[in-house]
Structures are given as C-alpha cells and as structure tokens.
Design a protein around this ligand. Structure first.
Ligand code: NAD
Length: 422
C-alpha cells in the first residue's frame, strides 16, 4: 500500500491547462475544475482466510458533478494512490463532457493485488470497500464501474452489497449503483467490449478523415485485458493484423500476425500472453520497436516515455489506456509526425455504454447489442466530429488539446448558466 505520487495528476493538470488556454477558459472556472470536489479515503479491515485481519486503503475521488452524477471506475492494483486516482477522476469529467453525456467524473480504487487473494477474500475486500464508502456513492449520486484489475464480478458484489444496505422497498431500484455488471444481474449488452469497440469506432473515424485503410493495417497492443483484447479482436475482424502484444509478464511478436481469438483463450487459461505457442518471445523493451501502423497502449499509465518514444515506428498512437503517454513523450511523437488519438476520446466507449446501462436499469429495459453499438458509434463519431471542427476553428493540430477544448467549452457554458451557490 502506498501513497507515492507517480506524477499523473501533474500530467492531467498540464493537459487541462493547455485545453483551457486554447479556449480561453475563465480563471474562476479554471480554478474550480483544477481540483476534485471531494477526496474520500477509507481504511477498512478485512478478515483473511488465515484468520488474521488485514487493513486496506480505498479511494473515491469525485472530481465534478456539474453535468450529472459522479461517474468512473474502481481500480484494483498495488500501485493505486491518491495522485493517480485524482488524475483518473479528472479525465472522467472531460470524457463525459466531450461525449455530451449527463455524467460528471470520479474514480476510485484499492491499493492491493487482486491476483494475490483467494476469491472469497477478494469478495470480502470488495464488499467491505463498498460498505466503507457508504452514502458517498449512490445510484443518482456516484456510480462506480470496472477499471484495471476489477471486473463484472466485482461490480455485482458492489451492487449486491449496496442493495442490501438500503431499505427493502428501495432494493430493486438501486441496480444502477454500478455499471459494468454481468448481463444476468442488469448489465448492458456490449459493456464488456465497449471500451475496445469505442477505440475501433474512433479509429474508423480517424482513418476516414485522413484517408487510411484499416483493412490490412498492422498494430501492436500493450495490455491484453478487457480493453486490449477487445480492441485486438475487433481490429482483426476489420482485417487488421496484430504484430506484437505485451503485458505485465512479457511480450510476444509474430510478423505474420497473432490470432487475437486464440490469444484471448490462452490468456483466459494462463493469465498472461507469455508462452503463447503461436508467437515468439521478445524483450519487453523491444516491444515498442516493432514496426506497425497502429500503436495501442491498453495497460497502465506512463508507458510511452522519453526513453521509448523515439523507438516507435507508427502512424498513430491510439491511447486505449488512460494517461499512457508522458508529456515529454508526447512532444517527441509530435515532433516526429506521429499522431496521437487522445485517451479522453478514444477510450470513452466504456463510460458511454455505462451510461446506456444506467439508462436501461432506470427504465427496466434491455436494449439489443445492435442498438448499443449503433448508439455508441453515434456518440463517439459526434465527439470526433466536434474535435475535428474545433481543430479547424482554432487552427490547432493537437487532437488532445482540441478534445479538451470541446469538453471545457461545454463545462464552461453550464457553469456560466448555473453560476455557483449561493
Ligand atoms: P485489465 O486489468 O483488464 O487489463 C490490464 C492489462 O494490462 C493486462 O493485460 C495486464 O497484464 C497489463 N499490464 C498491467 N501492468 C502492466 C505493465 N506494467 N506492463 C505491461 N502491461 C501491463 O484492465 P483494463 O480494464 O483493460 O484497463 C486497461 C487500461 O484501460 C487502463 O488504463 C484503464 O484505466 C483503461 N480503461 C479501461 C476501461 C474499462 O472499461 N475497463 C475504460 C476506459 C479506460
């Protein structure tokens, strides 16, 4: 457990300030949005299978709710810390605003390694965390979702714990306290693949804009979890070829292509891409050197740095993960003419389909996968259009700055109309 800073909030703040400068955000709104509204830290005990009690530290950072309820995932990872969760929470605000969905931004997490626990221990950690958050979360107030290290099963535990802590007459009405649940317990069709699907929709929009053909394109992907594997499978279905994949254990490559479906089966069984028999092993440091049209970081933050940005030989870096590119690396990539599709646009598919799940729970409906995909594409292409239009209007080349500009303009308009209380 650690509170060590990895500098992520400084990166998020620098990005925010660039977007704010671009659109001339008023100083008062800039100062409101430059800090989260609430920073909640809970320390809670959990009974382990050894019989001992262990203390855990959990976070919920609520960045903004000016556009709607706080919304954002919960991360289970040993490196979770306050600085990181603050950055991730701010990014959620910008994502929702950019996609024009009525949600604010939040993020949470617990600093521990979920893979090191037995399933029943993990369940007690998740349930106890939910209980410790208490009324700081709520179905129309703050709505968690899965993120790195957490999944649909954890969301079901959170929902069940919350429901059982409410009065009997309310219990059926609180399913939307979390999104990213299993289908059977109120999840939405398409939520599992939503972030990857969104990555591919944004890529299609970009490809169309710049005249690039995704069919026959090559890609390397870091991270083969929820986001990376869904992106890989969908890219393959679109005729792209995956040349290399890396995860927390190592990296593999094959210049004739790695089958995304076989790799998914392998990782489900073995927990890592390493050892996959149909590809060769490469040094993790060499992963970024593999030539491909698309470089897709889909793991953790601060992965493309000043050390490896010069190695990348691609047309575009597609930020499926949150904050994968450091500020220094961004400058190097830009200088080298490599485009960056920014995280707040490219990985927003998760929160958009979470919004769809929340709407379905609210009205006791079940949409079809075609409806979900269709509406997701519509939202993300509209957001992509808005980014293109602002780039043109303000003559700015950075897609990240323009994406922030679109989000911040929307937030500014609402602040100007609502004012602040009292
Ligand atoms: P996940 O836990 O399902 O998978 C994470 C993957 O990253 C795994 O393959 C893991 O091995 C790999 N990884 C972890 N540490 C690594 C390291 N040091 N080096 C290389 N690989 C490493 O997580 P996920 O849900 O796929 O999330 C991945 C990223 O996408 C995160 O940045 C997350 O915030 C972001 N994101 C997720 C969602 C979502 O809906 N799950 C939505 C938006 C953004």
């Amino acid at each position: 457990m650690t509170d060590d800073s990895n500098g992520l909030f400084a990166t998020a703040t620098a990005q925010f300030n660039r977007g704010a400068d671009l659109i001339g955000l008023t100083p008062s709104i800039r100062s409101i949005l430059s800090q989260p509204k609430n920073e909640i830290i809970v320390n809670f005990p959990v009974r382990m299978n050894s019989g001992d009690y262990e203390m855990f530290r959990g976070y919920r950072i609520q960045h903004s709710n000016i556009l709607g309820p706080y919304k954002g995932g919960v991360r289970f990872h040993p490196a979770v810390n306050l600085d990181e969760v603050k950055a991730l929470a701010a990014w959620m605000t910008w994502k929702s605003a950019l996609c024009d969905i009525p949600f604010g931004g939040a993020k949470g997490g617990i600093s521990f390694d979920p893979l090191a626990l037995e399933v029943d221990e993990l369940e007690r950690v998740v349930r106890r965390f939910t209980h410790a958050l208490g009324s700081n979360i709520g179905p129309d107030h703050d709505i968690p979702a899965p993120d790195l290290g957490s999944n649909a099963r954890a969301m079901v535990w959170m929902m069940d714990t919350y429901a059982n802590s409410t009065g009997a007459t309310e219990r059926q009405n609180v399913k939307r306290i979390v999104t990213g649940k299993t289908l059977e317990t109120g999840g939405s069709p398409g939520r599992e693949k939503a972030t990857g699907q969104g990555v591919v929709f944004c890529l299609q929009h970009w490809a169309d804009e710049v005249g690039f053909d995704l069919t026959g394109a090559s890609a390397i992907i870091q991270g083969w979890g929820n986001v990376g594997s869904a992106t890989g499978r969908l890219l393959q279905v679109h005729g792209a070829q995956i040349r290399a994949v890396a995860d927390h254990r190592g990296a593999i490559a094959d210049e004739d292509g790695i089958d995304a479906f076989d790799l998914t089966d392998w990782v489900a069984e073995h927990g890592t891409v390493t050892g996959f028999p149909a590809a060769g092993w490469i040094e993790p440091a060499d992963f970024w050197k593999v030539e491909a049209d698309l470089v897709v970081p889909a793991a953790i933050e601060n992965q493309i740095t000043a050390r490896n940005a010069g190695d990348i030989r691609a047309k575009v870096v597609v930020e499926a993960a949150n904050g994968p590119t450091t500020l220094e690396a961004e400058a190097i990539l830009t200088e080298r003419g490599i485009e960056i599709l920014p995280d707040i646009l490219v990985n927003a598919g998760g929160v958009v389909v979470s919004y769809f799940e929340w709407l379905q729970n609210r009205s006791a409906q079940r949409w079809t996968i075609d409806e979900v995909d269709h509406k997701l594409r519509e939202v993300l292409w509209k957001a992509s259009d808005a980014v293109c239009e602002l780039r043109e209007e303000l003559e700015v080349s950075s897609r990240r700055d323009a994406a922030y500009g679109v989000a911040l303009r929307r937030l500014q308009t609402v602040y100007q109309q609502r004012g602040i209380f009292p």
